[in-house]
Write a protein that binds this ligand. Structure first.
Ligand code: TPP
Ligand code: MG
Length: 333
């Protein structure tokens, strides 16, 4: 398996986005799985599509050798930060992880700054030294070090509880990150100190190449319960269902009642770029859950025009950013 990915293979990650699969890939997705999705608000659909096309563009740029470093796409998981977006305010902190482009775009909508960061071009959010995984902007911070963010988020939440009551710290982690001991130190303090800490788990059933069943004993719900922390499972990919169900729970987090919100989601692509070790049938099954394929099936008249518009916009952004001079960074700036 190679580390780089061709443009055709990037399209094949989603299948539905490209309409067909490239040779040697998992093949077309199964028929869309799950109940019908409700019609989205235009701004939610646009944001979902912005994240989708941003990620597909990154894979294509990698395939053409136009990006350095690494990247982890959130293809298939875009709806998680989109559902949370209006539930979080500018006074809240968001701590993200290695798979954080969607988290950043849902917070700032700034595809130019993020792409410039990843490509090392002028206008990069962090001067081009953070790359895909290490972004700091206002009250947003991401790290590629698994588990590191949870104790940091607990510390931020403690500060907020004391200095800015009503604000919260939201931290995104994957299922595999529950193997890090620091997670439990943070949960312990969150429960003991009534911290406004929202732990969003993107449980995509796999950590790099290890299925959840092979790395996680018991359950995430059981682990939250061990600390007396509320656990909210999310199995839907329907933003209009997820958001109102979460809203009152997020309001309780603001009052000092920590919460673990566990999204059961699906990683459509490889862990990073060309490193998908899953059997083709498993990849096809993941793709059958893709909100994009399902929405195209349920609301083609809404999806397709928006899809074309956002796809063209991201292409323009990519061309514009690629033409910029290299970013400059100085520790003294
Ligand atoms: C402390 C640490 N150990 C290992 C890694 C390498 N690594 C990066 S992502 C990853 C798997 C993460 O799995 P999960 O938490 O389920 O998140 P997902 O990638 O599925 O979104 C690993 C092992 C790392 N970045 N940090
Ligand atoms: Mg995972």
């Amino acid at each position: 398996m190679t580390e780089t990915m061709t443009g055709a293979a990037a399209e094949a990650v989603t299948g539905a986005a490209a309409g067909s699969a490239a040779p040697g890939t998992a093949g077309p997705a199964e028929a869309p799985a799950g109940p019908a999705l409700s019609r989205l608000a235009d701004d939610d659909l646009d944001l979902l599509l912005l994240i989708r096309h941003f990620e597909l563009t990154l894979l294509r740029l990698y395939g053409r050798g136009e990006l350095n470093g690494t990247t982890h796409t959130c293809l298939g998981q875009e709806y998680v930060p989109v559902a949370l977006r209006p539930l979080l305010g500018p006074g809240d902190f968001v701590l993200s992880n290695h798979r954080g482009h969607g988290h950043y775009l849902a917070r700032f909508g700034d595809a130019h700054g993020l792409l410039a960061e990843i490509m090392g071009r002028e206008g990069a959010v962090c001067g081009g030294v953070g790359g895909s995984q290490h972004i700091h902007r206002d009250r947003y911070l991401s790290t590629g070090v698994q588990g590191e963010s949870l104790p940091v988020a607990a510390g931020v939440a403690l500060h907020l509880r004391r200095a800015e009551p009503g604000a919260l710290a939201c931290v995104y982690i994957g299922d595999g990150t529950w193997g890090e001991g620091a997670v439990y130190e943070a949960l312990n303090l969150a429960a003991l100190w009534d911290l406004p800490l929202l732990v969003v788990v993107e449980n995509n059933g796999i950590a790099q190449s290890t299925p959840t069943g092979a790395h996680l004993a018991g359950s995430i719900a059981g682990r939250a319960a061990a600390f007396g922390i509320d656990h909210h499972p999310v199995v839907s990919a329907d933003v209009n269902e997820i958001r109102p169900a979460l809203a009152p729970l997020v309001a309780r987090v603001r009052e000092g009642r920590p919460l673990v919100a566990e999204f059961r989601t699906h990683r459509l692509g490889p862990h990073s770029k060309g490193d998908d070790t899953r059997p083709p049938a498993q990849v096809r099954a993941a793709r059958a859950h893709d909100w994009y394929a399902r929405y195209a099936h349920d609301h083609p008249g809404h999806l397709h025009p928006a899809d074309e518009r956002v796809r063209a916009r991201v292409e323009e952004i990519a061309a514009e950013v690629a033409a910029r001079p290299p970013s400059r960074w100085s520790p003294c700036a």
